[in-house]
Design a protein around this ligand. Structure first.
Ligand SMILES: [Zn+2]
Ligand SMILES: [Zn+2]
Length: 140
């Protein structure tokens, strides 16, 4: 994700409204590498600015995804989709106990499909998730 200032510029260019609430959401996301779910982000937002509506948070997330500034990560938490501020190609390490999700910045050259395996699909991206139990959770 770009810096809050760059996102504000982008929203202006697209004719999208900039409000203090949205500015706060951009700022919180810019420093968040935890792949937050919408609800978790909403809780964080209202701890700083109690009058922000859930709809504002969800709509802003949707707009950021549409602009390619956030990548949704599906099916990794009970809380629903999570949002990845790292939109470059990377993979994930997932703790099945506390649901911590960590980026892995490495290429796995074998993660490729032959034409036959792709079954006519136009492949958009690939992302590998390693499932396990993090160090903290292993102590429990
Ligand atoms: Zn854990
Ligand atoms: Zn990630």
């Amino acid at each position: 994700m770009k810096s809050p200032e760059a996102i504000i510029q982008l929203f202006n260019q697209k004719g999208l409204k900039i409000t203090p609430q949205r500015r706060l959401i951009f700022e919180l996301l810019a420093e968040d590498e935890s792949h937050p779910a919408a609800e978790g982000l909403y809780q964080l937002v209202i701890s700083r600015m109690p009058d922000v509506s859930r709809t504002t948070v969800y709509n802003t997330l949707r707009e950021l995804v549409a602009l390619g500034e956030l990548a949704p990560v599906e099916n990794l938490s009970e809380a629903g989709a999570r949002f990845d501020t790292n939109t470059s190609h990377h993979h994930h390490l997932f703790c099945m106990h506390c649901q911590t999700l960590v980026d892995i910045e490495r290429n796995f050259p074998d993660v490729e499909l032959s034409l036959e395996e792709a079954k006519g699909y136009q492949i958009v991206k690939n992302q590998v998730t390693f499932y396990g139990v993090c160090q903290e959770c292993q102590k429990i």
